[in-house]
Design a protein around this ligand. Structure first.
Ligand SMILES: [Zn+2]
Length: 507
């Protein structure tokens, strides 16, 4: 295996004729812009020449799509006349790192108040802002957070009930600011000790303007910025100074302060409307879904904090667009707080899973990021007041795993966390598997069932089956156990495994 870096290749122009596809570097330019300017990750690129352009220098890129590796490279010869920061590994690495930074983190770094519109319980609409509370990780061990907060001073403009320092305590998920919808701009000036550097500074955002677009859920829609994509079924509020046109029958109209709000759900039907009023914002480039599967009660389209008992398991299903198999990674917010974790690939279009848990104290904020794109899905976990009580079993809607009914008790094996296994008694009757084994979890999750057999068994050494319903495999599993299977492993696609052991008489 030989390897050049780009500077070498440009210096070797005379040799290019024999190097038809130089293996320039392990790194690829993450994405190219198609003729409409849409950022296309290399995993989603088509084999088209003179089509994608470099996001830095604007010259053509060639998508090289091999079975081993896919990458974008500058069209041959381009770099002889143009210099581009993406011609070096350092430049590419910097771009990959920049893409990894979520829009939430970027906004907070710039001290930008996130602005939301939402419907209250009484049906009225409110405009509110969100700024982060403190994070336990940012407080030194020898510092007392209450003492630090006592030294904080807050000045506010345009904010109806300004927050008080204790609102920023790490036990709070976030700080909500009630915004006066008639104000031109909002400002929250926080001064305090250096140790509180993650919240101090002047947080700002602008007032409501004609054409502003808020996207999310009816109760919590965030003001759109250019990095945001809309998913089908998301709720959209459009701010207008004019009454709506009669042609738009699918929108709800709200009088709000000095403006009119048009509320509607993003769908194929509303796509032309969305396109016309939002400068090309569409549902097409949304890219991937990240749904919180467990706990089951959560709303996947809202980036609001998810409150659940401390240390409760959280399972996030990440589904790429059809036919693509990109790498997803879990990035901390802020990014440097923890290592970035890669989620295992499961094949084109297939869901993959990320498991974590609700912290015991304070928030955990992460972003699920599609590598080589600027697509991020925000996940904010925060412990609820209620603590998990070991004596009361978790409701089944919050579980995933295999439930085994033993003579007089039930046992639950979950693939989340440490590998779980159950030893069946030596006199176990395999036919009881029909009634004693039950799958608990999201529908249609792919399971891989692998039976391992004793050495002298007539079957084996191993047999594997892919199923989406555990009951489909039970008759065969009974036959396996009767034929010398001593270990039945059930792999929950992308999550983990549980196993059931059957002692065989001859062991
Ligand atoms: Zn370039």
């Amino acid at each position: 295996m030989f390897r050049f870096d780009n500077t070498c290749v440009t210096g070797l122009s005379g040799l290019e004729s024999w190097i038809s596809e130089p293996p320039v570097s392990k790194l690829s330019i993450p994405y190219g812009r198609d003729p409409e300017g849409t950022k296309t990750p290399i995993e989603e690129a088509q084999r088209k020449k003179n089509y994608y352009r470099c996001p830095e220098c604007g010259e053509f890129l060639t998508p090289r799509i091999g079975t081993q590796r896919q990458y974008f490279a500058h069209k041959q010869g381009v770099l002889e006349d143009t210099s581009c920061s993406l011609s070096s590994d350092e430049g590419v690495e910097k771009m990959i790192e920049d893409l990894r930074t979520s829009n939430i983190e970027e906004g907070e770094r710039e001290r930008s108040i996130r602005a939301y519109l939402g419907q209250r319980h009484d049906g009225g609409i409110e405009l509110f802002g969100i700024v982060p509370s403190l994070d336990w990780d940012q407080i030194q061990k020898d510092e007392d957070v209450d003492t630090l907060l006592d030294k904080v001073e807050i000045k506010a403009t345009g904010i109806t009930h300004p927050p008080v320092p204790s609102n920023f305590h790490p036990s709070e998920a976030e700080v909500t600011l009630e915004l006066d919808p008639t104000a031109d701009s909002y400002e929250l000036q926080i001064t305090g000790p250096d140790a509180l550097g993650s919240i101090t500074g002047t947080w700002t955002t602008s007032g409501l303007q004609h054409g502003d677009l808020f996207v999310g859920d009816e109760t919590r829609a965030q003001r759109y910025n250019s990095d945001r994509q809309v998913r089908q079924d998301m709720w959209v509020y459009l701010v207008s100074k004019n009454p709506p046109q009669s042609e738009v029958s699918f929108v709800d109209v709200y009088d709000f302060a000095e403006v009119v709000l048009l509320g509607f759900r993003a769908s194929e039907k509303t796509e032309p409307f969305l396109d016309r009023y939002s400068g090309g914002l569409s549902t097409e480039n949304y890219g991937f879904d990240a749904d919180v599967v467990l706990p089951a009660h959560t709303n996947p389209t809202v980036e609001a904090p998810l409150y659940a008992p401390p240390e409760e398991s959280v399972l996030v299903g990440v589904t790429p667009a059809e036919q693509v198999d990109p790498i997803f990674e879990v990035v901390s917010i802020p990014k440097d707080a923890n290592d970035t974790v890669e989620i295992d690939r499961t094949g084109p279009g297939n869901p993959r899973y990320y498991t974590t848990e609700v912290p015991s104290d304070g928030s955990r904020r992460v972003s699920i990021h599609q590598r080589n794109s600027d697509r991020h899905r925000f996940l904010h976990l925060h412990p609820s007041e209620e603590s998990s009580n070991v004596a009361t079993p978790e409701p089944r809607s919050r579980q995933i795993g295999i439930e085994i009914q033993d003579e007089n008790h039930r046992e639950f094996l979950t693939p989340i966390g440490e590998p779980a296994s159950k030893h069946m008694p030596a006199d176990f009757n395999p036919h009881l598997l029909h009634t004693n084994l039950e799958y608990v979890g999201p529908e249609d999750l792919e399971l891989e069932v692998t039976a391992t057999f004793a050495e002298d068994a007539s079957l084996g050494p191993t047999i594997s089956r892919d199923v989406t319903a555990l009951s489909d495999i039970i008759p065969e599993a009974i036959h396996w156990v009767e034929s010398g299977c001593n270990d039945l492993e059930i792999r929950f696609s992308g999550i983990g495994t549980v196993s059931i052991r059957f002692p065989q008489e001859d062991q």
